[in-house]
Ligand binder design. Structure first.
Ligand SMILES: C[S@@+](CC[C@H](N)C(=O)[O-])C[C@H]1O[C@@H](n2cnc3c(N)ncnc32)[C@H](O)[C@@H]1O
Length: 362
């Protein structure tokens, strides 16, 4: 049973009193979220963390340059949200929650992504669900989906988007390389290769492999520039393609097709069409690897929570019709496209990811 399902079955029903209390927390959750962001960006939280025995409000105000009024309103909310604790009327210390909000890398990446990329656009979630379109995307720019806009996002938004994307995939890549290179590929096609991180990691892992990055033109331009900086131009090639356009065909020639955190960018029918495109290009020996964080295959409740929240980023901002999938759902889509999952590598390394190894159905 997945951790998400576990949570559903094992959680005790709240009393009416508790439920009403939780409902108020949700009603003001965006306020508390912004309090955390403000405390991080005004360096108040870090200062409190560095003074575990307690620090006065006046001292926080002096050291950060934030008015005493500003310090008070932020900390009164933070105390009610269990982020800090008052030792007396004028002195605060950090709680365990505050400590992790300040120091945990995954939390930092998730908060910046939610704040910088998602926050404004989520006001349009209702319309996005109604229309099946990412109605919140207009808060970032004027594209049909977020992907052609990635390289031209405002700098802070871009940084938070890429840190979020890379935080999750970087962790998985180390172990994924060992799995993929068991196939001894001469040529890997990295579909949705983005800035080239997998291609560079592959070239470093194996001195002979050649990688072709397939992606939208905007991302190919970034990947090319990155490859040039690394002197990898003779080992990495490029193929501009819009995989939502069924007339654009993936070329032949791959020993391994690699798709990392890529198929979750599409709706179910689109995934089937992309996998059919992969199948038409595949030779009998070609191995297709799908790396995804699947919602039904997580060790921790927090992971399933993050992933289901990420689905709604796709709804409101990315494209309006994709989501994070379960292993079962993805396996069904693989089969619909005429491929089959021949081996599953669950939860590789310390990461949230599973690799599905696929072949063209005989
Ligand atoms: C979430 S990123 C994944 C990047 C990388 N593979 C990783 O694991 O970090 C998805 C990638 O798919 C590409 N992509 C999205 N829509 C596409 C389309 N219609 N055709 C081709 N590539 C697309 C994006 O440009 C982006 O580089």
């Amino acid at each position: 049973m997945s951790s998400a399902e576990n949570t559903m079955t094992e959680k005790r029903e709240l009393s009416a009193f508790e439920a009403k209390n939780e409902a108020q927390k949700l009603a003001f959750a965006p306020v508390v979220f912004q309090v955390v962001v403000a405390m991080q960006r005004l360096e108040i939280l870090d200062l409190i963390c560095k003074n575990r025995k307690g620090i006065s409000l006046e001292s926080i105000s002096d050291k950060t340059g934030v008015s005493l009024y500003g310090v008070k309103v932020l900390l009164e909310m933070a105390a009610n949200a269990d982020i800090v604790k008052y030792l007396d009327d004028h002195t605060v210390t950090v709680t365990m929650l505050g400590y992790f909000l300040n120091s945990d890398e995954m939390t930092r990446v998730n908060i910046n992504f939610t704040h910088d990329v998602c926050y404004d656009g989520f006001k349009f979630l209702t319309e996005s669900i109604q229309n099946g379109k990412p109605e919140g995307l207009k808060t970032l720019g004027n594209w049909p989906t977020i992907y052609p806009g990635l390289s031209s996002l405002p700098e802070r938004v871009k940084k938070s988007w890429f840190e979020f994307d890379h935080f999750y995939s970087d962790e998985a890549f180390r172990d994924a390389l060992n799995i993929v290179f068991q196939e001894k590929p001469s040529t890997i096609f990295d579909i949705g290769g983005n800035t080239g991180k997998w291609a560079f990691a592959s070239c470093e892992y194996n001195p002979d492999v050649k990688v072709k990055i397939l992606d939208l033109p905007q991302q190919i331009a970034v990947a090319k520039a990155n490859a040039e900086k690394r002197n990898l131009t003779d080992r990495i090639s490029y193929f501009e393609i819009n995989l939502l356009d069924k007339s654009q065909k993936i070329p032949k020639g791959a020993d391994v097709v690699w798709m990392s955190q890529f198929l979750d960018c599409f709706g179910e029918d689109e995934i089937v069409a992309i996998l059919e495109n992969v199948r038409q290009a595949a030779a009998p020996h070609t191995t297709v690897f799908i790396l995804e964080p699947f919602i039904d295959n997580q060790k921790f409740d927090a992971a399933a929570y993050c992933l289901t929240a990420t689905s709604l980023y796709f709804t409101a901002l990315a494209n309006g019709n994709s989501k994070m999938y379960s292993v079962k759902a993805m396996t069904g889509l693989v089969e619909r496209a005429g491929l089959e999952v021949v081996e599953t590598f669950p939860l590789i390394g310390e990461s949230f990811h599973t690799i599905l190894k696929c072949k063209v159905k005989a």
